[in-house]
Structures are given as structure tokens and as C-alpha cells.
Design a protein around this ligand. Structure first.
Ligand code: ADP
Ligand code: ZN
Length: 427
């Protein structure tokens, strides 16, 4: 048996930052010329921004490019942003629609390969080697999660158990019977799996690695999931508009940030309002330019996700690609209650610091006569009182929500992304 490299694509994953910059400059120039030639809508946006492909110099000129938003996708539905003829398309996916009308991403054969390649790098980074057993629990369908993990697993020569979502009892039994080593899931579903394992009294000694994404993975949640499933948890990142799960990267064994594949994507972290670039280390909104996608490449895609650049240095794992922090929240997730701004992930972080509290909670925003109030309902073991919860949230977030403590297993569960915030309007 040949020994396997810790990198799926050693040359790409360990190229120097200078090489990455050269590559990005070259690809950015090609990309702008390509989009200008192939798509009339994008050509219009580039013209409006005064960008002339022949004069475009690469990274230094990126701030001159137009910013693509979810709205750009929605107003050009279904394939207005596509740069290739329909005959060349091989697959499509749609976002889960967390924030409104879903957006469509289409793939050529090369795009599917690019997606699989990014995802395969993530698997290897998390410790997935040929013939390892991977169980894919996100749904197979329009949501990009299941298929992205599948395409990547095939390229990485893993043995795939494509369960898709739901039927958690069967998931746990299959994981036991087929000795699943790697489980992939939407963050909140991993907790559901742990619950069912406990209820059935099934242990999964072969399960070593969890790859979780689609939702914020806070540090306390990572700790909970890792200890309940007895695995090492990895945070995988991507979105429909960049080509799906894993396209943007994953964290490595060092767990010091998410490596984003810079030979495939160019990143900016900007002030969400002014769009001015922020220095490394400062929290801002992530803009992503895809460098190698054919059907629907994006220019400065406004992700709505808040993060910071953690490091551009070579990592302990040997990879040279930039590291960003776990996503802190989405710009459109921010809640303002009685003058205090906060993100649902902060509530989660605070809740999970309380001993006996379970990672199932719901934030209910009630509006009465134009005044918003917040209630935080959470599952917890006996002995945890509403007073304890309210006191801790007050200390950590600066306000004291009302709320109820529920017995474990009683709050609603979802199969896809968890619905953490519910809005209610009282007359
Ligand atoms: P949407 O949820 O916007 O309908 P997608 O299904 O494409 O669209 O999901 C992409 C979004 O999911 C990202 O923009 C981000 O907000 C969230 N997401 C994906 N992976 C992660 C992650 N690892 N951590 C936090 N958020 C994530
Ligand atoms: Zn690393």
C-alpha cells in the first residue's frame, strides 16, 4: 500500500503566498475578460463600474469591480448570470432559501470537478483517506449539501453511505453496521444523531471525524458535539453562490481557522456598510470572487457572512492558504432588541456555557404594538431554572430575555438547517 499524502492536492495546498498572489492576479484578469465576453448582464455591470477588461490589473483593481448580491441572482433568475450555453450545463442546485427566494447555481462538467476537488481537499484535511467510510446525512436534492459531499467523496476515493437526511435511527444503525469513520452533517443535526445514539444505547467506536457546516459552529457547540459523538469536529464552509459546500474550505487539525482555497477564490473582508476593506483581524463582511468557475462565476459576491482574517502565514498543518474565523453570523441575522444588537450565535454561545443546558434552543421575537421583546426557550436538565438562564444571558449579552426551560427532547427539531429564530406578531 502506498502512503497517502496529508494533502489531496499537495502542489495547490502548499504553494507559497507569493505564488498564490501571482496566480490570483492572472486568474482575475482572465476572469474579468471572460465574464465581459460571455454574459451581457455582467458586461452591463462592468461597463457601469467603468471596468475595461484590457486595463484590469488584478488584485489592486478588485475594489473597482461591481459587487454581486443575492438580489443580482434573484432578479436574473433562473440563468441570467450564466456564461455558458445550456447544452454545456450538467447539474443545478438552489440555496436553502434561509433569507428569501432561493438562488440557482448551475455547473458545467469542469465546475463539478472544481467542486469535487475543493471538497476532496476538505475531506483529506479532516483526515479522510481512500476507502474510509463516509456517511453523508445532508439531503440529496436541490440543497447543495448532499451532492457536494458526494462528488468530493467520490473523487477522494471514499466509501460513501449516501443516507441523506432523516430517519436518524437508521442513520445510527448504519453507522454501526458499516463502521462509519466520517460523518457529515448540518451542525444542528449532529446533536440529533448523538441524542438518538444515547437513546438506542448504541456506541460508534469507528466514528472518528465529523464534518459540519451550513450553520454557525460556535466553539462551545464544537466542544459539545465532539464530546457527545467522541469525534474530532471540523467546520466546513461554502454556499450555493460560490458553488456549494466545501468550495470555500474547512478547518484543519490545528483548528485555528477555516482555510479558504485561495487558488480558487479571492477574498475580501469589508465594512458591511461602506464596503471599505478592513485590516486583517477585524470582523467584517466576506466578499468572494470565484476564480475558476465557468457557468456562473461571481465577482465580489456579498456573502452576508461576518468573519475576520485570522492568518496568512503558513499553518502548522503545512497549508499556505488564508485562514478565516468561524462565521460569527449573517448581516441579516442581526437582531436589535431594546437597543442591543446581537446575533443568534452569541445567544447559543452563552447558553452552552451553562451546565446542564442542551444545545436545543429557540429565540422567539414577539412584537406587540411595534415594540419587540425576546424570549429564549431552551432545553435543559432538571435543576436548571429560568432564573439561571436569564441571569447568565444578562451577564453575557447585556439584556435579560424572558424564557422557559424545557425538558430535553421537547423543542421542535428540523431536518435541514435549524430554525433558531421565530418571529411572532401580537395585535
Ligand atoms: P442560504 O442559507 O443563504 O439559503 P445556502 O444553503 O447556500 O444558502 O447556505 C449558505 C450559507 O450558509 C452561508 O452563506 C452561511 O451563511 C451559512 N453557512 C454555510 N456553512 C457555514 C459554516 N460552516 N458556518 C457558518 N455558516 C455557514
Ligand atoms: Zn492548517
Amino acid at each position: 500500500m502506498t502512503t497517502c499524502s496529508p494533502y489531496f492536492d499537495p502542489a495547490a495546498e502548499t504553494m507559497s503566498q507569493d505564488e498564490i498572489r501571482d496566480l490570483q492576479n492572472r486568474k482575475l484578469k482572465e476572469l474579468v475578460a471572460y465574464i465581459y465576453e460571455k454574459n451581457a448582464i455582467m458586461r452591463g455591470l462592468l461597463d457601469e463600474a467603468g471596468v475595461v477588461p484590457g486595463d484590469f490589473r488584478g488584485i489592486e483593481d478588485v475594489p473597482k469591480l461591481p459587487i454581486i448580491t443575492k438580489e443580482t441572482f434573484r432578479t436574473t433568475y433562473p440563468l441570467g448570470l450564466c456564461c455558458r450555453p445550456k447544452e454545456e450545463l450538467r447539474e443545478m442546485h438552489m440555496s436553502s432559501g434561509s433569507t428569501g427566494t432561493p438562488v440557482v447555481m448551475a455547473y458545467t462538467q469542469n465546475d463539478l470537478r472544481q467542486w469535487a476537488d475543493c471538497m476532496a481537499r476538505c475531506y483529506r484535511m479532516a483526515g479522510g483517506y481512500p476507502s474510509d467510510v463516509v456517511q453523508i446525512t445532508p439531503s440529496f436534492g436541490l440543497f447543495n449539501g448532499g451532492f457536494g459531499m458526494y462528488h468530493g467523496a467520490r473523487l477522494a476515493d471514499l466509501f460513501v453511505i449516501p443516507t441523506g437526511s432523516g430517519n436518524t435511527e437508521r442513520q445510527v444503525k448504519l453507522a454501526r453496521d458499516f463502521k462509519t469513520k466520517i460523518i457529515t452533517a448540518v451542525v444542528s443535526y449532529s446533536i440529533r444523531i448523538a441524542e438518538v445514539m444515547n437513546r438506542l444505547g448504541i456506541e460508534l467506536p469507528d466514528l472518528k471525524i465529523g464534518i459540519f457546516g451550513a450553520e454557525s459552529l460556535t466553539r462551545p457547540m464544537t466542544k459539545r458535539i465532539s464530546s457527545e459523538l467522541n469525534i474530532e469536529a471540523f467546520n466546513i464552509y461554502g454556499m450555493t453562490e460560490t458553488g456549494g459546500v466545501g468550495t470555500l474550505g474547512c478547518d484543519c487539525g490545528d483548528h485555528s481557522g477555516i482555510h479558504v482555497w485561495e487558488d480558487q477564490y479571492y477574498l475580501e473582508v469589508v465594512d458591511p456598510v461602506t464596503k471599505e476593506p478592513l485590516p486583517d483581524g477585524e470582523l467584517g463582511e466576506l466578499l468572494v470572487t470565484s476564480l475558476t468557475r465557468e457557468a456562473i462565476p461571481v465577482l465580489r459576491y456579498k456573502t452576508g457572512d461576518l468573519t475576520r482574517i485570522v492568518s496568512r502565514e503558513k499553518c502548522a498543518c503545512g497549508r499556505t492558504h488564508i485562514k478565516i474565523d468561524n462565521i460569527a453570523g449573517r448581516t441579516d441575522d442581526m437582531l436589535i432588541i431594546k437597543g442591543v444588537n446581537f446575533f443568534p450565535a452569541q445567544v447559543e454561545q452563552a447558553l452552552l456555557e451553562i451546565p446542564g443546558v442542551h444545545p436545543h434552543y429557540q429565540i422567539v421575537i414577539e412584537e406587540t404594538g411595534g415594540v419587540k421583546d425576546i424570549r429564549v426557550n431552551v432545553e435543559a436538565e432538571e435543576g436548571v431554572t429560568g432564573y439561571t438562564v436569564a441571569k447568565h444571558l444578562k451577564e453575557r449579552l447585556g439584556f435579560s430575555p424572558k424564557g422557559d426551560v424545557f425538558k430535553p427532547g421537547t423543542l421542535p427539531r428540523q431536518e435541514g438547517k435549524a430554525v433558531r429564530v421565530v418571529f411572532k406578531k401580537n395585535d
